[in-house]
Design a protein around this ligand. Structure first.
Ligand code: FES
Length: 109
């Protein structure tokens, strides 16, 4: 799957903040932490809350509606580990954010 231009520049998302971008049928949450930029599906699998409106912490993002937590690295739900949202690879090219909309899958440990 090719990378798609998110139409956002990295300097439009300060560290500690997040944004939602629409790419085709997908809503992708972009989260900028000091460790880097992360992209996961923005729709919470519980009841559909927009995850980019959640609280970002060291462990991931907390859903704004019922507080399920998701890891930003692989989309795994910390409350119910067999639940996850898709996670996507991100590249920054000359300041512009590009997203590969193919699900990276859960990170194997
Ligand atoms: S909608 Fe996200 S935890 Fe309920």
């Amino acid at each position: 799957m090719p990378y798609l231009d998110s139409s956002l520049k990295l300097d439009e998302i300060p560290v500690g903040e997040s944004r939602c971008v629409t790419l085709g049928d997908l809503q992708v949450g972009l989260f900028h932490r000091k460790e880097g930029l992360f992209a996961i599906d923005n729709i919470c699998p519980h009841r559909g809350a927009p995850l980019h409106d959640g609280m970002i912490s060291d462990s991931g993002v907390t859903c704004p509606w019922h507080q399920w937590q998701f890891q930003l690295t692989d989309g795994v739900c910390l409350n119910i580990p067999k639940v996850r949202v898709a996670s996507y690879a991100v590249e920054v090219r000359e300041g512009a954010i590009w997203i590969n909309t193919e699900d990276q899958g859960a990170i194997k440990s």
